[in-house]
Design a protein around this ligand. Structure first.
Ligand code: NCD
Ligand code: ZN
Length: 355
């Protein structure tokens, strides 16, 4: 057994749900799932029910998190046509503004160029501006941000043309950062054996050529994010299955397994799940916070035993090598390799308090 110690990981793309969708997940189950996956800070996406687009909904989500979060967190605000004039007034209470430029789960969507430009110009230049963008909208997001003299973060990049465009923009010194998710690095649409409804995810799974291009452009990938997007089995098996995969508990084990296959180094992981997310999303250093990993522990992924309320995983039955054996948050043991020990409300809002 080889035990190593790493800093607590940061996941900048998590669908915590809660509020009116706590049957899918809430702050309690989501942050327990995060801790079991070695993640000590989650950044919550705003496509909730109701969506987080104004002071009232932001307060509701802050209160839910304050009561139930077991690890630290930030909350993103969602951009809509109705909050062009008000979104930026809430910037200091949030971890960034998320703009949905393509169709996905939930009602948040920015369809016209005018509103994209207006949000990019008004949003605080010191806070992240994040985009769900696919194909041509990646180019639109980068140009609009560049013209507004600000940075932009492209979420869940999945395709060859997208990562190559981002790499080319970076070469020109344009302020763009991006994240890639485990499923886009380990699964292809053709090779995926999941039942139909379970395959659904946005952006969709892509081809082997896309997957290879992501691995080949690792240097252009700033962060690894899970895009943990839990939906129930019943919803996934329905006639209109919502897109998304629960992934907080499998991300780090997948990266650790990839180390054994000589596809990644430990440094690649720490950079993309700690140092760079900390820098891009302004996450304060979590004092006396670390995780312990048994790098040789072999185990098989089972959705049934996960802390996430979803109880299924796109990696069911996969053999992993490497597992989190302990998590310490501010010196307290909050996960012992089997049980989550952090009480509800242990987590702190990174935008409200000094950690
Ligand atoms: C996400 C969800 O379920 O909220 N689904 C997904 O397929 N990734 C939304 C999103 O991130 O696009
Ligand atoms: Zn997402």
């Amino acid at each position: 057994m080889t035990t190593i110690k790493l800093p607590g990981l940061i996941d900048p793309h998590v669908h915590v749900r809660d509020l009116n969708q706590s049957h899918k997940e809430d702050w309690d189950s989501c942050t327990a799932s995060a801790l079991a996956g070695g993640i000590t800070c989650v950044m919550a996406m705003p496509n909730t029910q109701p969506p987080i687009t104004n002071l009232e909904s932001l307060k509701m989500q802050q209160e839910a998190a304050r009561a139930r979060a077991r690890c630290d967190y930030g909350i993103f605000l969602g951009a809509g046509v109705e909050n062009i004039e008000t979104a930026h007034t809430l910037a200091s209470q949030t971890s960034g503004l998320k703009m949905y430029l393509d169709q996905t789960f939930g009602p948040l969507r920015l369809d016209n160029l005018d509103s994209l430009v207006a949000h990019a110009e008004r949003w605080d230049k010191n806070r992240p501006l994040l985009c769900h963008a696919e194909g041509r909208t990646v180019a639109a997001a980068i140009l609009v941000a560049h013209l507004a003299n600000r940075s932009v973060h492209i979420c869940h990049v999945s395709r060859k043309d997208e990562i190559e465009l981002i790499a080319a923009a970076k070469m020109k010194g344009i302020q763009v950062t991006c994240e890639v998710c485990p499923h886009h690095l380990f699964l292809t649409l053709e090779g995926c054996r999941l039942p139909a409804g379970y395959i659904e995810v946005r952006p969709r799974l892509a081809t082997q050529e896309d997957v290879d291009a992501l691995w080949a452009n690792l240097e252009a990938i700033d962060c690894f994010a899970t895009d943990h997007a839990p939906h129930t089995r019943q919803e996934k098996e329905s006639d209109s299955p919502p897109p998304g995969y629960p992934e907080l508990e499998t991300a780090l084990p997948l990266w650790l397994t990839a180390i054994h296959e000589n596809r990644l180094t430990l440094d690649d992981i720490v950079k993309r799940m700690c140092n760079q997310p900390q820098k891009i999303f302004g996450v304060p250093t979590q004092a006396d916070t670390w995780i312990e990993i048994d790098t040789d522990l072999e185990w098989t992924v089972r959705g049934e035993t996960m802390f996430s309320r979803a109880k299924w995983t796109p990696f069911e039955g996969w053999k992993m090598k490497g597992k989190v054996t302990a998590v310490y948050l501010r010196e307290e043991l909050v996960y012992d390799g089997e049980k989550v020990l952090a009480p509800l409300g242990t987590g702190r809002n990174i935008n409200e308090e000094t950690l």
